[in-house]
Write a protein that binds this ligand. Structure first.
Ligand code: ADP
Ligand code: MG
Length: 261
């Protein structure tokens, strides 16, 4: 079981969009995938059309001792299950959720070990969506991960904040998780019409070794945003759009690097 987290200090760079499309496409390729949402905003719930799901969630696992196997929502893909962050009754419950990560540097370790045992669905790949920032929720995600996808939106502010993300990744790797790898830096929302885009992309390509930057660049494409209105990842809506095509290509890059079995 390989665990990949999608992480960025800056919000709005395409983390959730990347998670739902990658998870849906890789599952459609026949790989058993568990998508875990650590973001109390619940973007994954909307992206996967799970607004009506009333079963158990990550919140119930962490706060109420529910077994992880009971908190995996089924989806249209037989090979894809989703562990939603959970709907929070009030500020107090949300605070307790966040505190579960603050008080325990390895809140997700036992959960991931339980998930790897199966419960009728032993995932080959776990994809973790994280909230923006580099706080304890994100630190916990990095602590259990094998590798990270690091999205950089093709615009100057995203690039300028990126060194803070990298610094934290290196620090966490040194202190908590020596096996943590960078799966790849992912350029997102590429829009050739915007001048600033080219400089950002060039700088990323020049600053990192080739094997640390995904060959696939995600274009800015309306369908990748509008798909949240209908609750279906773009790769499930139409595989022909350039946005879906890019995530399909990214999915192939990822699957090629998965261990056998
Ligand atoms: P994050 O999870 O990093 O906060 P999101 O995936 O929620 O980022 O994306 C932020 C916003 O940008 C959302 O409104 C989303 O629909 C939109 N978006 C993300 N990726 C693209 C893209 N490639 N093209 C167009 N819109 C995008
Ligand atoms: Mg998000």
């Amino acid at each position: 079981m390989k665990i990949i987290s999608v992480v960025s200090i800056k919000g709005g760079v395409g983390k959730t969009t990347t998670c739902i499309n990658l998870a849906a496409y890789v599952a459609a390729m026949g790989v058993r995938v568990l998508l875990v949402d650590l973001d109390p905003q619940n973007g994954v719930m909307f992206g996967m059309g799970l607004d009506d799901y009333h079963g158990a969630t990550l919140k119930d696992v962490l706060l109420y001792g529910i077994a992880p196997g009971q908190a995996m929502a089924q989806t249209n893909h037989p090979e894809l299950r989703v562990m939603l962050a959970g709907k929070f009754a009030d500020g107090d419950e949300l605070e307790r959720f966040e505190r579960a990560f603050e008080s325990n540097g390895d809140a997700l370790g036992p959960l991931m070990r339980a998930v790897s045992l199966g419960w009728g669905f032993a995932p080959q790949l776990v994809i973790i969506d994280t909230p923006a920032g580099l706080g304890s929720i994100v630190a916990n995600a990095m602590t259990v991960s094998d590798s990270l996808v690091l999205p950089v939106q093709c615009e100057p502010l995203s690039l300028r904040t990126f060194p803070q993300t990298l610094k934290r990744v290196m620090q966490l790797k040194a202190e908590k998780n020596p096996k943590l790898d960078i799966e790849g830096v992912l350029l997102t929302m590429y829009d050739a019409k915007m001048d600033a885009v080219h400089g950002v992309a060039r700088q990323v390509w020049e600053s990192f070794p080739e094997n640390l930057v995904f060959e696939t660049v995600i274009p800015r494409h309306e369908q990748l945003a509008s798909s949240f209105a209908v609750g279906m990842p773009a790769v499930d809506l139409s595989t022909r759009s350039s946005g879906a095509q890019a995530y399909i290509q990214l999915g192939r890059e990822l699957v090629m690097r998965l261990p056998e079995g």
